[in-house]
Design a protein around this ligand. Structure first.
Ligand SMILES: Cc1cc2nc3c(=O)[nH]c(=O)nc-3n(C[C@H](O)[C@H](O)[C@H](O)COP(=O)(O)OP(=O)(O)OC[C@H]3O[C@@H](n4cnc5c(N)ncnc54)[C@H](O)[C@@H]3O)c2cc1C
Length: 571
C-alpha cells in the first residue's frame, strides 16, 4: 500500500464523529491539526516506526571509551525525528499552553495520541509517561517545583523538551507495589535514593517519578514519591545506572531498562508516605492512554485487514465477498464501535474531574476509576484479538514482517500487562465498585447505567433495551451477592464481574450513540450496530445455525462496507 495516500484522521469516520460530538468547540482551533497529523502519522511516522522496530531499536551505551559510565541510549535518527515532531505537535504540551481557546481537554489530546499510536505504540509509551509525569507535577508539586519541571515536560520545542518516565516495578513485584524496597533518605533539601528497578521504560528520561520507601512502615503506606532528574543542577549525571535493556517481544522503540540507583538525588513530590496515592494518579493517566492506544491498534488492524481482503482474490473472487471474512470484519467493527463508546465515557469523565473540574465529587471519581479499569481491560484484550484476526485475514503474508500485522500483534500484547495487568485491573475495579457502596441501588456505576438506560426512547431497539434492563437486574443481583461475599469469592469473580458490567455498559452506550446519531441527522447505522452488539452478546441463538439471520448478510453492507467505503480503502 502506498503510505503517501493515507490520512488516518481523514479516513477515520468514527474519530471524526467523536470529535464533532464532544470537542466541536475546538473545531476552528484544532481540527485542521488532526487532519495534518493524520497524514503525518500515516506517512513519515509509520515508515520510521517500521525501521525502528526491525533494524533501529535503541541500544545501551553504558561506558565511553575511557571506561567511564555514561549510561546513554542510542536512538536511530528517524526515531529522534519522530520524538521531536510529536511533542511539537503538542500531544502533551497543548494542555499547558495559555494561548488557547480553553484548557485543552484530554479528549482532544487523546485523539492526537491515538493517531500516533496507529503508527507506533513503542513511541507513544514515552508520550504516555511524559503526560503522566506532567499531570502529577501539575496537581501535586509545590509552586517552585512546578516552575522548575513543568515547562520542560510540557514543552512544544524539541530543544527544551524533557521527557518523563515512571519507575515502580522491582524484581520482587510489579502488581504488588507495596513490595518496593528502594530506600530514600533525607539529605538537606533533597533525598538520596538507593535500590533497583526491574522495569523502567524510557529509562533515560530527563525526569522520572519514582517510588521509594521512607521510614519503616511496610507496604504501600511506607512509599513516597520523588522526581528523579537524569542530570543534576551542575550538569553532572545523577547516580542512576542502566544495567541492561530488556529484549522485548514488542514495543521495541521504547528503551525499557533495569536501573540501579546508588544515592541518586530525588525531590519529594507531595508528602512523605503519600507516594502510592500520587503514583496511582499517574497510573490513571497511563491507563487512559493504554486504553486509547489499544483501540488505535484495533482500528489499524481493522483497516489493514479491510484493505487487504478487498485487494486479494482467491478462487476467482475477492476475499471480501466471502461470508466468513465479512463476519470477521463485522465483528471487529462492532467491537471497535463498542470500545469507542466506553473510551468516550472514560475521557469525558477524566476531563470532568481533571480538566474542567465541573464535577469532582467523590462519586464521580469512583465512577471514573471504574471506567478506566473497564476501558483498559476491554480495549487491551480486544486489540490482541483484533491484531490476530487481521494477521489471519492476510494469510501467510500476515505472518511476514514486511506487513505491519506481526508488529501490531507484538505491540498489542504488552497492553494487557503493563500499567496494571488484567487481573489487577479487575481487582481495582471491584475495590472501586464496592467502596462505600453497600448495595446495587447505591452503586454509582450501576446507577449511571440505569439512568442511561432510562433515557433511551427509540422504539427501534425497544427489545434490546428490555434485554439490557434484564441484564442490569442480573448484574445488580451479582453485585449484591458479591458485596456480601467473603474476599476469596470476591476475588474469584472480579474479572467475570468486570466483564459482565463492561458488556452491559457497552450495550447501553451504543444505544445512546445510536439515539444521538438518529436525532442529529437520522442516522440508522448505529442503531444496527447497537442491535447487533446486544443480540450477539445476549441472544447469540438469533444468529446460530438454523436461524433466519446471517449477520454477514444482514449487517455487513450498512455497518461495514457502506460505512468505510472511500474511507478505509487506501487509508
Ligand atoms: C515492556 C514493559 C515495560 C514496562 N515498563 C515499566 C515501567 O516503565 N515502569 C514500571 O514501573 N513498570 C514497568 N513494567 C512493569 C509492569 O508494569 C509489570 O510487569 C506489571 O505491572 C505486572 O507486574 P509483574 O511483572 O510483577 O507481574 P506479577 O505481579 O508477578 O503478576 C503476574 C501475573 O499474575 C497476576 N496476578 C498478580 N497478582 C494477582 C492477584 N492477586 N490475583 C490474580 N492475579 C494476580 C497478574 O495479573 C499477572 O498476570 C513494564 C513491563 C513491560 C513488560
Amino acid at each position: 500500500m502506498d503510505n503517501k495516500k493515507r490520512n488516518w484522521y481523514q479516513n477515520d469516520p468514527i474519530m471524526q464523529r467523536y470529535f464533532r460530538q464532544y470537542v466541536s468547540h475546538l473545531k476552528d482551533w484544532g481540527e485542521e491539526r488532526l487532519y495534518q497529523l493524520g497524514e503525518y502519522c500515516a506517512g513519515p511516522m509509520e515508515e520510521r516506526a517500521q525501521y525502528t522496530d526491525r533494524d533501529g531499536t535503541p541500544k545501551l551505551i553504558r561506558y565511553n571509551r575511557q571506561g567511564e559510565e555514561i549510561n546513554e541510549i542510542w536512538y536511530n535518527e528517524g526515531y529522534l525525528q519522530t520524538v521531536g515532531d510529536c511533542y511539537e505537535w503538542g500531544v502533551v504540551g497543548w494542555r499547558y499552553q495559555e494561548d488557547v481557546p480553553c484548557k485543552i481537554p484530554y479528549f482532544y489530546s487523546q485523539l492526537m495520541f491515538m493517531l500516533m499510536s496507529k503508527a507506533e505504540v513503542g513511541f507513544t509509551c514515552p508520550v504516555t509517561l511524559t503526560m503522566s509525569v506532567a499531570f502529577v507535577i501539575e496537581k501535586y508539586a509545590t509552586e517552585e517545583q512546578k516552575k522548575e519541571f513543568l515547562p520542560r515536560l510540557a514543552s512544544m520545542n524539541r530543544e527544551t523538551l524533557h521527557q518523563g518516565a515512571t519507575f515502580l516495578t522491582e524484581i520482587q513485584g510489579g502488581s504488588d507495589v507495596g513490595s518496593v524496597m528502594t530506600k530514600a533518605v533525607k539529605h538537606g533539601e533533597h533525598y538520596l535514593l538507593t535500590g533497583e528497578k526491574w522495569f523502567a521504560s524510557n529509562c533515560d528520561a530527563d525526569g522520572a517519578l519514582i517510588l521509594a520507601r521512607t521510614g519503616e512502615t511496610l507496604g504501600t503506606k511506607g512509599l513516597s514519591l520523588f522526581y528523579l532528574p537524569k542530570k543534576l543542577k551542575d550538569g553532572s549525571r545523577n547516580n542512576v545506572s542502566i544495567r541492561r535493556l530488556k529484549d522485548k517481544l514488542g514495543v521495541r522503540a521504547v528503551a525499557s531498562g533495569e536501573l540501579v540507583l546508588q544515592d541518586a538525588i530525588g525531590y519529594l513530590i507531595g508528602k512523605e508516605q503519600e507516594g502510592f496515592k500520587l503514583m496511582a494518579e499517574a497510573l490513571n493517566v497511563s491507563r487512559m492512554c493504554t486504553a486509547t492506544g489499544s483501540l488505535a491498534i484495533s482500528q489499524r488492524a481493522f483497516s489493514e485487514a479491510f484493505t487487504y481482503v478487498t485487494e486479494r482474490h482467491t478462487f476467482g473472487n475477492s476475499l471480501i465477498s466471502y461470508p466468513m471474512i465479512r463476519e470477521s470484519l463485522l465483528n471487529m467493527m462492532v467491537d471497535i464501535e463498542a470500545s469507542w463508546t466506553l473510551v468516550a465515557q472514560m475521557l469525558l469523565h477524566f476531563d470532568r474531574v481533571h480538566t474542567t473540574q465541573e464535577d469532582s465529587f467523590p462519586d464521580t471519581l469512583t465512577l471514573l476509576r471504574c471506567l478506566l479499569a473497564m476501558a483498559k481491560v476491554k480495549c487491551s484484550e480486544q486489540s490482541v484479538l483484533h491484531a490476530k484476526e487481521s494477521l489471519e485475514m492476510h494469510g501467510g503474508n500476515g505472518y511476514i514482517e514486511e506487513y505491519v500485522t506481526p508488529r501490531l500483534l507484538r505491540d498489542a500484547q504488552v497492553n494487557t500487562v503493563w500499567e496494571g495487568a488484567t487481573n489487577i485491573m479487575a481487582l481495582e475495579f471491584w475495590k472501586n465498585m464496592s467502596r462505600n457502596q453497600p448495595d446495587a441501588n447505591q452503586n454509582i456505576l450501576l446507577r449511571f447505567l440505569s439512568n442511561g438506560l432510562n433515557e433511551l426512547t427509540l422504539s427501534a431497539y425497544a427489545e434490546e433495551c428490555e434485554i439490557a434492563r434484564q441484564e442490569l437486574q442480573k448484574v445488580s443481583g451479582q453485585f449484591d451477592y458479591l458485596v456480601q461475599a467473603d474476599p476469596l469469592t470476591q476475588q474469584a469473580h472480579a474479572l467475570h464481574f468486570l466483564t459482565s458490567v463492561t458488556q452491559l455498559a457497552c450495550a447501553i452506550f451504543l444505544m445512546q450513540q445510536a439515539e444521538y446519531g438518529w436525532k442529529q441527522d437520522g442516522e440508522t447505522r448505529m442503531i444496527k450496530v447497537a442491535k447487533y452488539y446486544c443480540n450477539r452478546t445476549y441472544r447469540p441463538s438469533l444468529y446460530g445455525i438454523g436461524s433466519s439471520c446471517i449477520p454477514s448478510v444482514e449487517y455487513f453492507e450498512e455497518i461495514v462496507s457502506g460505512f468505510v467505503n472511500g474511507n478505509v480503502v487506501n487509508v
